[in-house]
Write a protein of this length. Structure first.
Length: 318
């Protein structure tokens, strides 16, 4: 069942995720521990001519990865790819998106004992929980795919997740330990966790829309509908009736935000590159707002990973 998810906002923060400042440090003799740059795996010179900035993301059903390759005297290039999660991964994303999955903090002494045990399991190559293992397995696969595609040994990456209300910083630490990463803070980055950005400056109204399979309970204002998946069109007498309901869902979110002016920007993520959805969105905005704001829909599936790679390209904070 697909879900239509519409959110509006004002300012810097967007609706669809949290960015995690995590860097990997691999035990490769080719790289010094103090280096902030990715280097070619088979580099034969002391000064590498290329720099690789890697960004990863964890979406509800898949993990996108991206790398920005910068070479002296040439235009920088961006590469991207996908790793699809298995059933365990998809179930974990659903569980961690539910408010009822949140847990209370455990007593300090138990926390210390648990942390020590988790560390031992991580060092032994084991995940500390099924949830950590499911998410970290995709992170590991993304890193392996990056190394294979570009012929480099990935030293670090910035990666993000969709907005999971039951994902804690302790879980993130477990994931990065299991996947062999260390924690860093990129330049111009707020830590430890930040919503993935959609706006480029403050005082900007934006509308974000997403269609996906995951039930979400996010901390931002949103309207969601579990009855509007494309697989439910057969329940309608005509397809136009289905799209009218989609239009109503978009308008409901706008009406529930009285202070919201016409969005300056519209961001589409996940599964919303559908041509019919784009047509319905354009018609809704035209009829109710007088005109259609600029719609950002290119690379919707991998855009979060590309943004994370851009964060990493700005360097590590002092």
């Amino acid at each position: 069942m697909y879900m239509v998810d519409v959110a509006v906002g004002l300012g810097w923060l967007c609706a669809f995720g949290r960015v995690l400042a995590i860097a990997g440090q691999l035990s490769s003799p080719l790289f010094g521990s103090g280096s902030n740059n990715q280097m070619p795996l088979l580099s034969t010179t002391s000064t590498p001519s290329r720099n690789y900035s890697v960004g990863l993301s964890l979406a509800p059903t898949y993990g996108p990865g991206a790398a920005i390759v910068e070479e002296a005297g040439q235009e920088k290039k961006t590469y991207s790819w996908l790793v699809y999660g298995d059933l365990k991964y998809r179930d974990t994303m659903v569980i961690l998106s539910l408010r009822e999955s949140r847990h209370l903090a455990i007593p300090p002494r138990r926390a210390e004992a648990t942390s020590a045990q988790d560390s031992e399991e991580s060092q032994a190559g084991l995940s500390v929980s099924p949830h950590v293992g499911a998410l970290a397995s995709v992170v590991k696969e993304l890193r392996a795919k990056t190394e294979l595609e570009l012929g480099i040994a990935v030293q670090d990456a910035v990666f993000g997740t969709t907005d999971l209300v039951a994902l804690y910083i302790e879980d993130i630490n477990d994931i990065r330990e299991y996947a062999g990463f260390k924690y860093i803070i990129p330049t111009e980055f707020f830590h430890p966790v930040l919503h993935e950005t959609s706006g480029a400056k403050p005082a900007t109204d934006w509308l974000s829309a997403s269609i996906g399979r995951m039930r979400r309970n996010a901390s931002y204002r949103m309207a969601k509908d579990f009855t509007l998946g494309s697989n439910t069109k057969a329940r309608y007498h005509t397809e136009s009736e289905y799209w009218l309901d989609v239009d109503d869902t978009i308008l409901t979110r706008l009406r529930k935000t009285p202070a919201m002016h016409k969005p300056d920007r519209i961001f589409l993520t996940d599964g919303v590159e559908d041509v019919d959805f784009m047509k319905a969105l354009n018609e809704t905005m035209e009829e109710n707002m007088g005109s259609v704001s600029h719609i950002y829909s290119a690379d919707a599936v991998v855009i979060a990973a590309k943004g994370n790679a851009e964060f990493r390209s700005r360097g590590q904070a002092d």
